[in-house]
Write a protein that binds this ligand. Structure first.
Ligand code: GUN
Length: 281
């Protein structure tokens, strides 16, 4: 029977420290580290994610400005807004919620965000630094995953790790961060032949696909660490990728959904805004 990793509790502890740091900055410098979030209408779950991020930012004392843009926003208008936020002294972090509508090129938008304010690691400058193992603003979900693993004293170095999912926002950067922590990493995806045989070899499994029930107990080695970064709404309930109850029996550590990776993600966002603020000052 595995240990359930309490992402909510770990995140609360980190947030308390961040809130203290934010209070100090405000008292000493009379400025509030501030995140600007841009959301272009069109994706139903994005609005809920952004509301939650706003709530957590405000609770921690961070400034938060949200730009709600209509679905027919032109790419050039979005670029103009980002360029304006890039040079504003009162904005320290910029987050563009994805997915964007089809007529807007996400790669182009990512390259416009000033890399020093790029709290999601979308800009190729940050993605390249991450690839090379150099210091940069790290993407929030993978950063939260690594932090959670370390918070439980789990050694990453020398372990065999599998990341299931190859998105630019979670899967790929997570694989890179595990590699930077000296794991031997396999990246699995929809075209992987025999996922089960790949996963059975691994000491650490991170799943970031968005397919409830994808990771079953027969795919998991006895004593493995299982991190579930999947988020799918099923009948109004948030579901991960892992068959939690059954995998719990085999894993040494496992994250629940909700209450695992999600809380860490928003907390890492706040940490990144502070980091961006401190880098800029
Ligand atoms: N859409 C879903 N998750 C995220 C995230 O972490 N950041 C951004 N910018 N968009 C998202």
């Amino acid at each position: 029977m595995g240990i359930i990793m309490d992402g909510k509790k770990i995140a609360e502890g980190i947030r308390a420290k961040l809130a203290e740091e934010i209070r100090k900055i405000e008292a000493e410098k009379a400025v509030k580290p501030t995140l600007a979030t841009i959301i272009v209408e069109g994706d139903p779950s994005s609005a809920a994610y952004v509301k939650n991020k706003e709530k957590v930012c405000i609770q921690t004392g961070l400034g938060s400005v949200t730009y709600n843009l209509p679905m027919n926003t032109k790419e050039e208008d979005l670029i103009r807004l980002i360029e304006e936020l890039n040079i504003r002294k009162d904005i320290h972090g910029i987050l563009v919620q994805v997915p964007l509508p089809k007529h807007i090129n996400e790669n182009k938008i990512a390259s416009i965000i000033d890399y020093r304010k790029d709290v999601d690691c979308f800009n190729p400058e940050n993605a390249g630094r991450l690839f090379r193992g150099e210091k940069c603003l790290l993407p929030c979900t993978p950063k939260g995953i690594i932090r959670l693993i370390k918070a439980y004293g789990i050694e990453i170095s020398g372990k065999k790790a599998a990341v299931v999912g190859r998105s630019n926002i979670v899967g790929k950067p997570c694989a890179m961060m595990l590699l930077n922590n000296n794991a031997t990493v396999t990246i699995c995806h929809s075209k992987t032949f025999n996922l089960k045989s790949q996963l059975l070899e691994c000491d650490i499994i991170v799943s970031a696909v968005g397919k409830p029930g994808l990771i079953t107990a027969d795919m998991v080695k006895e004593g493995a660490v299982v991190i579930d970064a999947g988020t799918t709404m099923v009948d109004g309930k948030l579901k991960g990728d892992v068959d939690f109850e059954k995998v719990l029996e085999k894993a040494s550590y496992i994250t629940p959904v909700p209450g695992g990776v999600g809380a860490m993600t928003t907390t890492m966002l706040i940490e990144n805004v502070l980091e961006a603020f401190n880098n800029y000052e």
